[in-house]
Write a protein that binds this ligand. Structure first.
Ligand code: AHM
Ligand code: MG
Length: 324
């Protein structure tokens, strides 16, 4: 593949024009977010959006959470093919264009509290084709199993800005050039290492995990020279960044159910499904402990879902514990 291929050229050659337009518009919005994130300190956009301003999950909304949602809204609105979207930052569906064929689920700024310390943050999204006839979109357009997604991706705004995308034909990564502000292919045909040696989890919650997850952590930390254990622990605290490492280096990322969070913390539609779609497309696996995430039938826009995802060897190993 041409190393200098632009995202727009890649997309126009691989998906239909409507979907390509939507994804290109979304990527344009992510370029603006990248610029904002890089300049957060000079633009005075650190910290909380407004006193007592919380999102649908009761979490304090950061200034950038609010801004990034607005940016992506405007770019999606410009892409005529987007009928509407759901977002971590909005309670209900946002309707855009009744004649659009696609709907989007997104987390505009994942891991937003990392902003204040100049650590990586991300954007996560998936795209479904509508099931309803042309007209106002229906809830069922969003509540599709992840296996039906037409595209999914994430952007990690780290030491460089990388957009990782799958339209169901493998996974490719595109780096944002600071030269001409365009995305160029930098990680063609990503395949996740089959055997990982890194585990990623908020281990501070260990006393809140069940015996199954604690058992797997014991396994990861036990000494076994034949298996390179203890494995390394890495946790950035922004799913997009932790998943980017997992995808490229191998390993497992986990956000399990725990005392107080019966289904963990992360959201099925705009965090777990997009990542599960990408990981499976890259040859890895993603489960909620019992079943494949892409086979879960969603019932609510903002529902949460436990997640264990990454290299085959580690997801299969954790399943030995979680499936009992
Ligand atoms: P956010 O979408 O509100 O930023 O929260 C999601 C983030 C993920 O990026 C990350 O994996 C997780 O929350 C970290 O949570 P914790 O601090 O509980 O480990
Ligand atoms: Mg998030």
């Amino acid at each position: 593949m041409d190393k200098r291929m632009k995202l727009s050229d890649f997309l126009t050659g691989s998906v239909n024009l409507e979907l390509a337009k939507l994804l290109i518009a979304f990527a344009e919005g992510c370029k603006v977010i990248s610029h904002l994130v890089n300049n957060a300190g000079v633009s005075d956009i650190f910290g909380a959006h407004a006193p007592d301003f919380t999102n649908v999950h009761g979490e304090e909304v950061q200034k950038l959470d609010h801004l990034t949602n607005k940016i992506l809204h405007d770019y999606l609105a410009a892409a005529e093919s987007c009928a509407g979207y759901i977002s971590e930052e909005t309670e209900d569906v946002t309707y855009i264009n009744d004649t659009g064929n696609y709907v989007v689920a997104m987390d505009p700024l994942d891991g937003s509290s990392n902003i204040d310390i100049a650590a990586p943050v991300g954007t996560i999204f998936s795209v479904n084709e509508r099931l309803s006839p042309i007209g106002k979109i229906q809830l069922s357009d969003f509540l599709q199993k992840g296996a039906n997604a037409k595209a999914a991706g994430y952007v990690t705004y780290g030491s460089s800005t990388v957009l990782v995308l799958s339209t169901g034909k493998g996974v490719n990564g595109f780096t944002l050039s600071t030269g001409d502000n365009d995305f160029y292919i930098s990680h063609p045909n990503i395949v996740i290492p089959e055997k990982g040696k890194i585990y990623s989890i908020n281990q501070g919650n260990i006393s809140k995990f069940g015996d199954d997850v604690r058992g797997f952590i014991d396994y990861c930390t036990a000494v076994d020279n034949n298996d390179s254990r203890p494995y390394r622990l890495r946790y950035i605290g922004a799913m997009a960044a932790d998943m980017h490492r997992t995808l490229l280096k191998g390993g497992i990322f986990m956000y399990p159910a725990n005392k107080g969070e019966a289904k963990g913390k992360l959201r099925l539609l705009y965090e777990c499904i997009p990542m599960a779609f990408i990981v499976e497309q890259a040859g890895g696996e993603a489960i909620d402990g019992k079943m494949r995430i892409l086979e879960i039938q969603p019932s609510d826009f903002h529902e949460r879902c436990a997640i264990f995802t990454g290299s085959k060897n580690l997801v299969q190993k954790v399943a030995e514990f979680t499936k009992g």
